[in-house]
Every structure is written in structure tokens, then in C-alpha cells.
Design a protein around this ligand. Structure first.
Ligand code: BTN
Length: 238
């Protein structure tokens, strides 16, 4: 996977959105520091220079129907990368990787559509050497440094993540969704009572599991339902 390096950029996702036309499938953009990092739901991804921030461009063999599986596939890749550092994590549907119940990684999938789907951009932010967080997220966030007690080389971790991604993504293209076993076996929300927002309506349910097609299987008033990530937002942090 070709890698473009920046010391500083606004956002690696925004860069790929501007430049994707001239770049090859699976190009990676890595920045040591982002000045306008984007999170999901219009949030920002704050970066004091200690996190690992990169984006992957996908242009070939895009399958719109299976695109919502990609954040889970990336979650499984990060899970495998963390294991290589001796760290056990869990995957919080649909877009986060947690360690000890605290967020360590956020994933932002963006689609570029003109007349058809032209590209998918997957942005990944990993808290690596952070030793402190802003007051509002202090209790909910962690970093690899805080968990392992060691400073970690970000470029080495990037390469590990890319190797793990490449392996799982090649399977995904061949319709081998074995990454889903990693996702299902390490799903953070399983068994939890959650509140979510579904098209403006608040619903309380119990999470059963993550289904093979990537939807969240929930139990609500004794009835099973399957929810897709585009339809719901979790309204509380768990
Ligand atoms: C989230 O948890 O809300 C998703 C965070 C995604 C952050 C990454 S950092 C690299 C890439 N570039 C961005 O601007 N955002 C993503």
C-alpha cells in the first residue's frame, strides 16, 4: 500500500477527498499532526501530536451494499494490530475500538459520490502516546501508552495496522468475511442495555450480538430487531 507522509495537514480524510482522482486504490495518507481532524457526527478529532492519524483510499471493486462492513473490518484490523503489541481490545459497534472499556480508536468512513460511488475513504485515529485527555473525555478515553506504560513508535504501528488491514480486506474482496468472527467474538456492546436514536425516536434495547451482515441484533420488548449503523446513533456512552 503506497503511503503519502505529511508532517502537518488539515485532515487526512479531507486530503483524500480533494485528491482521490489522481491516486491509486489503497493509497494511505499519514500525518504526524492534523489541524482540523474530523470525527463522526460532525465532531472533531483532537490531536496534540501523540495520536496516529491516517486514512485509506479505496477506489477499485467498490461494493456499496457491503460498505457498512468496512468500519468493522478496520476495527478487526486494529484489534489484530493491538494484539501484536500484547494488548487485548474490544470492538464497539459500529466504529470504535476500546481498551478496558475506554475509547482508544475512532473510525470515520466517508463516501465520495458523483454520478456513482467513486471512492471510499476510511479515516483512523488511534490514541498512541497520549498521556492526558481534555476534561470532558478523560474518563472515557485511553491510549496504548497509558495501557502498556511504553512509548510506541507511530510509524511502526501504522505498518502493523496496514498489514492487518491488507490481509482482512483481501479476504473481504473475495467474499471471505472471516473478519466478522473477530468482530463478533470481541463485541463490546453484547449483553448491554442501551439507548439509541432511530430516525429521531429513542429506543431502549438489549444488545444480543452483531449479525453476520454487520447489523446490530437487539432485543426490544421481547422482540428481536436488526439495526444498521446508518439508521441509528447510540445516545449514551457505554
Ligand atoms: C470518531 O471517533 O468520531 C472518528 C474519528 C476519526 C479520526 C480520524 S484521524 C484520521 C482521519 N482524518 C480525519 O480527519 N479523521 C479521521
Amino acid at each position: 500500500m503506497p503511503i503519502i507522509y505529511f508532517d502537518e495537514i488539515d485532515s487526512t480524510n479531507s486530503y483524500l477527498k480533494r485528491e482521490y482522482r489522481g491516486l491509486a486504490d489503497r493509497t494511505v495518507v499519514y500525518a504526524k499532526h492534523q489541524t482540523a481532524g474530523k470525527g463522526r457526527l460532525g465532531r472533531t478529532w483532537l490531536d496534540d501530536g501523540s495520536s496516529l492519524t491516517f486514512s485509506i483510499l479505496l477506489k477499485d471493486r467498490l461494493d456499496e451494499k457491503r460498505a457498512s462492513l468496512l468500519p468493522l473490518l478496520v476495527g478487526a484490523s486494529v484489534y489484530n494490530a493491538f494484539l501484536a503489541y500484547g494488548v487485548k481490545s474490544s470492538i464497539k459497534w459500529p466504529n470504535d475500538v476500546l481498551i478496558d472499556g475506554r475509547k482508544c480508536t475512532g473510525i470515520l468512513l466517508e463516501a465520495v459520490t458523483e454520478k456513482k460511488l467513486e471512492a471510499l475513504i476510511i479515516g483512523i485515529g488511534i490514541n498512541v502516546n497520549n498521556i492526558d485527555f481534555p476534561e470532558d473525555i478523560k474518563k472515557k478515553a485511553t491510549s496504548l501508552r497509558l495501557v502498556t506504560g511504553k512509548e510506541i513508535n507511530r510509524e511502526e504501528l501504522l505498518q502493523t495496522c496496514l498489514d492487518k488491514f491488507d490481509e482482512l480486506y483481501s479476504g473481504y474482496l473475495d467474499k471471505d468475511d472471516s473478519f466478522m468472527k473477530i468482530v463478533k467474538d470481541n463485541s463490546y456492546l453484547d449483553g448491554k442495555d442501551i439507548t439509541l436514536n432511530y430516525y429521531g425516536e429513542n429506543r431502549k434495547c438489549k444488545v444480543m450480538s452483531i449479525a453476520e451482515d454487520g447489523r446490530l441484533e437487539v432485543l426490544e420488548n421481547g422482540k428481536v430487531d436488526y439495526l444498521s449503523s446508518g439508521e441509528v446513533t447510540l445516545t449514551k456512552n457505554y
